[in-house]
Design a protein. Structure first.
Lengths: 430, 374
């Protein structure tokens, strides 16, 4: 008999084992909780501050929104808690309002020049105290990086989440439907995916973006409505016999060959169909909307394939046949038995799709199709920061903070995804 | 097992003397891609009565499962196809229907409600993402117009019926927390929750160990008796057949080769294939240098000359033998074959020879139940 030390607890029969306490697997996972807290904070900060960052500082003075407000004189200043070197100090002092500078100069019995070159130290210190400060530094145009990061975060997260949502939604429904139907329908649907896979996705995004731009332009200028009105006007006024109006094509020829008439008609048409005007905000919103639809609309292909594979293996599982044998109708099997079994891969893919969409957005912004400056996104802020990195003088904060935020957010999302996957898996180990 | 212990079942309930389901001349084939269609089932006939266990035995691929699945239209079509035949089923309301020609919508009212099925793999036959309670309740609400509370009660009761301890607690457990035997019990509870009149048990105990196997079979037996339910037990375990079946149907290559009550079949096997099957079982207590194979018996021509009426040319059908010279081939699938009643209540698949023509017996119907005198 093996000797049992007295400190070891005696074993109990299996039947007497206490009921195990099953804790929530999501809250048990520390990384998932930390990631979730970080994401929640990020969302609150970025999206919650949008009403603040998107409005002007003082709308009576200027309509320029806060994220785009800056004085080039105070450009490229490091974070206020970072030790300024001589050059930084001089530039900071130079950014001080000249009236205040003059007052300091008279107070210290010195000239503005001596303050600027730092020869009068007490005066320079007093001036520096009045210099503009930025909690995370300023960019080349003197705009606060912190404000721009908040706005950019709002844009990036919105695009990331929405695009991932669209891509997961389309991909899941498409892939699951193809696999569930099987046979010819499956073959045709998946060949379409193959063809779309073959096309460079940038091309698709550009096409979608350009097409939506053209549609928006048409909506604003109403050129088709104007042309139609002109043609109808010609038919009504120039027909020799009202009972027998001239044909549309003839009217079009008259319209196109007579420039004086054309100008005249167009001027009248503009009166009837004035140009629709979007506010900057509306246009920006529409642009972002286009972008996220374009990204979501092309990145569902992988999702469709993943889900199709899962459904193919699932639908041959005996429990699906058992459900049929119980008399469940097809759509019920699809919704009740197939989809819940797909939550794992969907959760994992969705958390991967969000960072992917954010990265794609920054790439497109870099190409000039995405978020257009001055509207910031983490992607184009990082791109700007990279161009500010040089051996002579590195404005490191312009690159570091956008990248840090992007990286931490993506990491947090992966942790949350892992936590979710574990939570949805009924076969989890504990 | 002796003839003396048996007697025809004298059931006071009239309904038990009316066939529950009749499979008539069923033929099912499958598309084989490039080659010719595979005839999985060809001219199968069988009859099942209430409170009767019909065991369908045969080796893998002989068409046991295809026959059962056909009666629930669970054969994927295509590639499968019902070539001909019909499966006549008497519904709860007494209406007779042909299960093969019903629409998917009509079938849904049959599946689970009239005919239920339990599968070979209890490990994978339950959806892993729902609790077992949810799944039983789903089966109930599919066919019965009950509230969630009532469904819960019915589910607990059916869990109790299949002897699952603490059913209220187990309702909230997930399938992976159950052992194989428990899962099979849950499958049976699900199948029986809607009071079906016919249970198709497709190798219900193959994946279970022997003690659990005995428990499950005993359970099915009890439930059959208490509910007057017909059971089609598909298996290739002759021990299970001897213990549980009332009537046995031996299949080979998609056809019924022998059909008799369990005592007649085991005591007096008429078809060489059945004799081969029985001879190949090792017997405890006897010494074997080597076991007898089925081939040894079916390859022996003498074995085919033992049928009653052999002098008239009634020869057991066997796909690997040449057809007799006096074969009268009918112009239909399986036209060279007939399921002939060679002795009273004992059918054997024979060649459709001149000796059979004009003397064809009706399809097999055995309203017979083993009386357990235990």
């Amino acid at each position: 008999m093996p000797s049992v030390s007295s400190s070891e607890p005696e074993s109990i029969p299996a039947l007497a084992a206490p009921t195990r306490h099953r804790d929530n697997p999501f809250t048990r996972s520390k990384p998932a909780l930390i990631g979730f807290a970080f994401l929640a904070l990020m969302f609150l900060a970025c999206l919650g501050s949008l009403p603040w960052t998107l409005t002007a500082i003082d709308s009576s003075v200027s309509e320029v929104p806060r994220y785009d407000t800056g004085d080039p004189k105070s450009g490229r200043l490091p974070p206020q808690w970072w030790p300024y070197d001589n050059i930084d100090t001089q530039r900071a002092i130079a950014a001080v309002d000249p009236i205040i500078l003059e007052k300091i100069a008279t107070d210290h019995n010195t000239t503005i020049e001596s303050i600027l070159d730092g020869s009068n130290e007490p005066a320079a210190k007093a001036a520096l105290a009045k210099a503009p400060t930025f909690i995370l530094g300023s960019d080349t145009l003197g705009r606060s990086l912190a404000t721009r990061l908040l706005t950019g975060g709002g844009i990036s997260l919105t695009i990331g989440i929405c695009a991932a949502f669209i891509s997961v939604g389309i991909g899941t429904i498409y892939g699951a439907f193809a696999a569930y139907m099987g046979g010819k329908i499956d073959a045709i649907m998946m060949r379409i995916v193959d063809v779309l896979y073959g096309l460079p996705y940038i091309l698709l995004v550009v096409l979608l973006a350009v097409a939506s731009n053209a549609m928006l332009d048409e909506y604003q200028s109403r050129s088709r409505a104007k042309a139609n009105w002109s043609i109808n006007h010609i038919i009504q006024t120039q027909s020799p016999d009202p009972a027998q109006p001239i044909t549309k094509s003839k009217a079009r020829i008259i319209f196109e060959t007579d420039p004086i008439l054309q100008d005249d008609l167009m001027q009248q048409a503009v009166q009837i169909y004035p140009r629709r005007v979007f506010t900057t905000g509306t246009r920006t919103t529409l642009d972002v909307l286009t972008l996220l639809i374009a990204i979501g609309g092309v990145s569902w292909l992988t999702m469709a394939r993943v889900i199709r594979g899962q459904v193919l293996s699932l639908k041959n599982q005996p429990f699906i046949e058992a459900a049929r044998a119980l008399g469940s109708p097809g759509h019920r099997i699809f919704i009740r038995h197939l989809l819940p079994n797909l939550i794992g891969p969907i959760a994992v893919y969705a958390t991967l799709a969000v960072p992917q969409a954010i990265l794609q957005e920054s790439f497109l912004s870099f190409l000039g199709i995405g978020v257009k400056p001055p509207l910031p996104s983490w992607g184009n802020l990082a791109a700007e920061g990279l161009s500010e990195l040089n051996t002579f003088r590195s404005h490191w904060w312009l690159l570091f903070f956008p990248c840090a935020l992007l990286g931490l957010t993506l990491l947090a999302m992966n942790f949350v995804g892992e936590g979710l996957r574990e939570a949805f898996d009924p076969k989890r180990s504990r | 097992m002796t003839q003396a212990t048996t007697q025809p079942a004298m059931n006071t309930n009239k309904m038990t003397n009316v066939p529950l389901m009749e499979v008539k001349n069923l033929a099912v084939s499958f598309d084989n891609g490039s080659g010719p269609r595979i005839q999985a089932v060809d001219g199968v006939r069988m009859t099942i009565y209430p409170n009767q266990t019909l065991a369908v035995v045969g080796e893998s691929g002989c068409g046991k499962s295809v026959t059962a699945m056909s009666s629930m239209q669970l054969i994927p079509r295509p590639p499968g196809r019902f070539d001909r035949g019909e499966i006549i089923y008497r519904m709860k309301n007494g209406k007779k229907v042909n299960l093969l020609t019903m629409t998917e919508q009509e079938m849904r009212a049959v599946r689970g409600n009239e005919i239920a099925m339990i599968f070979q793999e209890p490990m994978t036959s339950l959806n892993p993402v729902y609790t077992v309670g949810d799944q039983i309740i789903e089966a109930i609400t599919l066919h019965q117009d009950v509230t969630a509370k009532e469904a819960w009660k019915i589910a607990v009761k059916s869990m109790n019926d299949v002897s699952i301890p603490e059913p209220e607690v187990r309702m909230k457990a997930y399938p992976h927390q159950f052992s194989g035997g428990m899962r099979q019990r849950v499958m049976i509870a699900m199948a029986l929750a809607c009071q079906p009149r016919l249970l198709l048990a497709d190798e219900p105990t193959t994946a279970l160990d022997v003690t659990i196997q005995a428990q499950i079979l005993e359970l099915i037996k009890d439930l059959k008796a208490t509910r007057d339910m017909g059971v089609i037990l598909i298996t290739h375990d002759l021990g299970v057949v001897a213990e549980n079946a009332d009537v046995v149907c031996v299949m080979y290559a998609g056809r019924v080769v022998e059909y008799a009550n369990v005592y007649n079949l085991f005591d007096n096997p008429r078809h060489p294939y059945t004799r081969g099957l029985l001879a190949s079982i090792p017997k405890i207590g006897t010494e074997h240098d080597r076991l007898i194979t089925i081939d040894e018996i079916v390859d022996n021509p003498e074995e085919f000359k033992k049928l009653p009426g052999a002098d008239k040319g009634v020869t057991p059908w066997w796909p690997w033998n040449d057809a007799p010279d006096d074969l009268v081939k009918l112009d239909q699938p399986a036209g060279d074959y007939h399921l002939q009643e060679v002795a009273k209540d004992h059918w054997v698949g024979v060649w459709h020879t001149k000796g059979v023509v004009g003397d064809e017996s009706p399809p097999p119907h055995l309203n017979y139940r083993v009386i357990d005198n235990a």
